[in-house]
Design a binder for this molecule. Structure first.
Ligand code: ATP
Length: 210
């Protein structure tokens, strides 16, 4: 298995403890995380990204178990091996498309993807020098996917990546995520409410409401 989580629980300060499903996924596999609003889906994604530390349980990506890494080691590992796509693209407005991707690669010591061919594959070849403020919402979200893929991650995490997109762009974004994850052999985990996404990914887990 490329990615595994076991017995994960977590409580935000002053809140009840949330328990999360165990995961075991091979490279190229995709999984949806479903659950009612407030059940803890985003919290789960932040735990899987190593942005929060669980109260119990373990998470393993590739050879590394998060709990055995220092905070700095985990930050470095995340930068190199985990690509995160948020609901809103969060691009750096002062930089153009290419520079936004170069920023993601800046701290990585491992071999990274070629930016122009990556943008070409995502249908953004003509936008390489564009100011991010000139992009449509769908284009900006595709750039944020390119940024998540720029370091050839082992794990791609996406939190409601299609929520603000129309049907055509939502379809494109979900196909791109799936195809790219398959191509680079990464695990893809998507938090969503979106019925349009459910059509394309069969595998799912549900975060229970407390
Ligand atoms: N930083 C925080 N401090 C305290 N409580 C928090 C914090 N972040 C989230 N929570 C609480 O934890 C619970 C789970 O929140 P989370 O955002 O993970 O749920 P979600 O399933 O992603 O919700 P939604 O589908 O509405 O985005 C909620 O009750 C929320 O209020």
């Amino acid at each position: 298995m490329l990615f595994q989580s076991e017995n994960i629980s977590f409580a935000h300060p002053g809140q009840a403890t949330m328990k999360f499903p165990d995961l075991a996924l091979d490279g190229g596999e995709a999984l949806l995380v479903l659950g009612k609003s407030g059940s803890g889906k985003t919290t789960f994604l932040n735990l899987l990204a190593g942005l929060l530390s669980p109260a119990t349980g373990s998470i393993q990506l590739g050879e590394k178990t998060y709990g055995s890494l220092s905070a700095q080691q985990l930050d470095k590992y995340r930068g190199e091996e985990i690509g995160i796509v948020f609901q809103k693209p969060h691009l750096l407005a002062a930089l153009n498309v290419k520079e936004n991707l170069q920023m993601a690669q800046y701290f990585s010591v491992k071999k990274t993807q070629d930016i122009s061919s990556l943008l070409g594959e995502l249908g953004l070849g003509a936008k390489i020098s564009a100011a991010v403020s000139t992009l449509s919402e769908g284009e900006a979200q595709r750039v944020s996917i390119a940024r998540a893929l720029a370091n050839h991650p082992k794990l791609i995490l996406a939190d409601e990546p299609t929520a603000s997109l129309d049907d055509e762009n939502a379809e494109a974004v979900i196909q791109l995520l799936k195809n790219q994850a398959l191509k680079i052999g990464a695990v893809l985990i998507i938090v969503t409410h979106d019925q349009r996404v459910k059509k394309h990914v069969e595998n799912f887990v549900e975060v229970p409401v407390l």
